[in-house]
Design a protein around this ligand. Structure first.
Ligand code: GLC
Ligand code: GLC
Length: 648
């Protein structure tokens, strides 16, 4: 990169040249105060944005034109930003660590499957509040092809809601209503690809070279073959490799995921500015957190895996700088389901302030299968700590498959062979391993590499489906306890817990997707059932699995929300413990003098923990969940899959 002083000098000069034009074009379109705010933010963040764009596109002869274009977009979108959101911007800037609060609880659902449509989601606000949610991720809801659309992850327009579920006005209205109820809306920014029905793709398809340059389109196999030597196959069930041949076009199009999802070409600065505008338009609907979908894939380079490349980070940082200028309330969450070394690279205050924690997720399931916590403990000791201005989003299930993305280098430290161990986990969670409690399906099993991922709901993977079928009461209890156990970790370890709605009432796998040709080939639909109202009603009955999980989870949420020690961020710590028992995962949460020790037994046998293994214990300690007190000299006994949150 060019020298920083030089870059800053060029940034200053560029801005000095561009501000008069921006003033002329846009200052009259909003209040003087709003325009001043915009210019103040621009002056503050433009050097960063400029430096990033310069690294990405500075070598192009028309670089200045693109910078001008991008700033005009920022100004236009700021002018269009609703007043309520401008106020939100100011309040978030004044309180930038709001999302670290112990009050934060996330939920995620599909609009159609959970509530029918956007109006239905609005009607569910009382339910979201009953559960305690403050963060609601609605799965992709923009216009997409009918039939196969990867659950909405193939976007045909970022400005139009899928007509089957509502309109953009209803969406804006919903975000306002949610915010008034203390809930921040989270939506995806699916920016690695568009659907083949997006107008850019349609124009590319009809032969316009400007739009073909939005994608990566090749006349023959020469370049695709070269790339494929080093690429991973993501959806091998759908098409081998990363490219799809379109006979009408007589060309090969880069399609990392499905053939109807065309990868955008970020080497073209017009793609960056066009997508920047789409990003800001989503922000202007009132979205507060953007889930950056498939971040790992946005930049490609011959001879590499084309995943997690340095330029992918520059693109995200540039989007982030753009948001700081024109929609500063917006937070970014990365969806990097990759090796933990790479996951960590997206987590920076100037890149993604939030990140899924796929490692914790995968290792919770690993510990349930093996009944031991060594890899979980080791990995969290080395990898849980992140920049205190950023936070994890901790989850046990989402709409996607479970990939075993732990680090083989970590595993080998514990004499675990990653390849063999993944084979075991896949056998365990697809029900092929003798004695397993889990019922799940393989996803994208690749005979060439032996790779496989897992589909299934939390409850079915945790043993409830099998236990209910085989009618053994004690097995049912164990399954329910497993569900509670892993949720007790995500609600207490530090970060935003994210509940995949349906899991809070122990929803089982739904095999009806096999009858729908648009879904049958994608086993992830087994854990994407339609919400069942009757099942939801049973949450009030403590004698049902639904009631046990819902009320149990509600208790965890209530306790979390009433103790500041469960927040994250500055002055909050998570110390992962070795409690001298490989079946028990333990950590201390602390916030100044407040301390809570969490102990979680991952086996179906009682475990006894010696108190000497717990640092600076002050007696008596009290389990915040059961209220039970622990006195000096006593042992801590943990029943099958039991956990305590011991306040000391
Ligand atoms: C993300 C989504 C997944 C989708 C893929 C392609 O990984 O979570 O559901 O298939 O991106 O958009
Ligand atoms: C791959 C991608 C991940 C995506 C998943 C969808 O694992 O790395 O981003 O969520 O596919 O199944």
């Amino acid at each position: 990169m060019a020298d920083l002083t030089w870059i800053n000098e060029q940034a200053r000069r560029t801005l000095y040249r561009l501000i008069p034009q921006l003033n002329e074009q846009f200052s009259g379109l909003c209040s003087q105060a709003d325009w001043k705010t915009f210019i103040r933010r621009l002056e503050r963040h433009f050097p960063d944005l400029f430096g990033l764009l310069y690294q990405l596109y500075g070598h192009q002869y028309d670089f200045f034109f693109h910078v001008e274009n991008i700033l005009a977009t920022a100004a236009r979108m700021w002018v269009a930003r609703p007043q309520g959101l401008k106020e939100l911007d100011a309040s978030r800037e004044a309180l930038p660590d709001w999302f670290h609060s112990e009050k934060m609880i996330g939920g995620v659902c599909y609009v159609d499957l959970f509530a029918g449509n956007l109006e239905g989601v609005k009607a569910k606000i009382p339910y979201f509040k009953e559960l305690g949610l403050t963060y609601l991720h609605l799965m992709p809801l923009f216009k997409c092809p009918e039939g196969k659309n990867d659950g909405g992850y193939a976007v045909s327009s970022y400005r139009q809601v899928n007509p089957a579920i509502g309109t953009i006005e209803q969406l804006a209205d919903l975000t306002t209503e949610l915010r008034q109820n203390g809930i921040s809306l989270v939506l995806d920014f699916i920016f690695n690809h568009t659907s083949n029905e997006h107008e850019w793709a349609v124009k590319a398809f009809s032969g316009y070279p400007e739009y073909q340059a939005f994608y990566r389109i090749y006349p023959d196999r020469i370049i695709p073959d070269q790339y494929e030597q080093t690429l991973r196959e993501i959806f091998p069930d759908e098409h081998p490799g990363a490219f799809t041949y379109f006979p009408e076009l007589n060309r090969w199009v880069w399609t990392t995921f499905h053939s109807f999802q065309w990868d955008l070409n970020y080497e073209n600065p017009l793609v960056f500015s066009a997508m920047g505008e789409e990003l800001l338009s989503i922000a202007n609907v009132g979205v507060e957190v953007i889930r950056l979908d498939a971040v790992a894939f946005v930049w490609k380079k011959l001879g590499t895996t084309s995943e997690n490349l340095p330029e992918a980070h520059l693109i995200i940082q540039a989007f982030n700088a753009l948001a700081r200028i024109a929609a500063p309330a917006l937070l970014f969450k990365s969806e990097a389901i990759v090796h933990p070394d790479y996951v960590a690279q997206y987590i920076r205050p100037d890149e993604c302030q939030l990140s899924y924690n796929p490692l914790l997720m995968a290792l919770l399931w690993n510990s349930l299968a093996t009944r031991e916590v060594r890899l979980l403990r080791y990995s969290m000791q080395h990898r849980f700590a992140i920049d205190p201005s950023c936070a994890w989003v901790n989850y046990v299930r989402v709409h996607d498959d479970i990939g075993w993305t732990f680090s083989d280098e970590d595993a080998i430290q514990l004499s675990i062979n990653g390849y063999d161990h993944r084979k075991f986990l896949n056998a365990f969670y697809t029900g092929r391993f003798p004695g397993t409690f889990a019922v799940g399906l393989p996803f994208q099993e690749n005979p060439k590499t032996g790779d496989c991922r897992i589909s299934g709901t939390c409850a079915s993977l945790a043993g409830l489906e099998k236990a209910l079928k085989e009618e053994t009461g004690s097995e049912v209890d164990l399954a329910l306890q497993r569900i509670m156990l892993i949720h007790s970790i995500i609600t207490s370890i530090g970060g935003i817990p994210l509940i995949y709605l349906g899991d809070e009432i122990a929803t089982l796998n739904d095999y009806s997707f096999l009858e729908d040709p648009a879904k049958a080939g994608d086993s992830r639909w087994v854990h994407r059932p339609k919400a069942d109202a009757k099942k939801y009603d049973r949450r009030k009955d403590k004698n049902t699995p639904e009631g046990k999980i819902f009320q149990g989870l509600n208790k965890l949420i209530e306790v979390r929300k009433s103790h500041a020690v469960f927040a994250s961020g500055a002055n909050h710590e998570t110390e992962i413990l070795d409690v001298g028992n490989d079946h028990v995962f333990g950590y201390v949460r602390s916030f100044f003098n407040e301390k809570v020790v969490v102990l979680a037994n991952f086996s179906e046998r009682e475990q006894i923990i010696s108190i000497d293994r717990i640092p600076s214990i002050i007696w008596p300690g009290q389990d915040l969940i059961s209220g039970e007190e622990y006195h000096p000299g006593e042992e801590i006994k943990l029943g099958p899959y039991c956990f305590i949150w011991l306040q000391i």
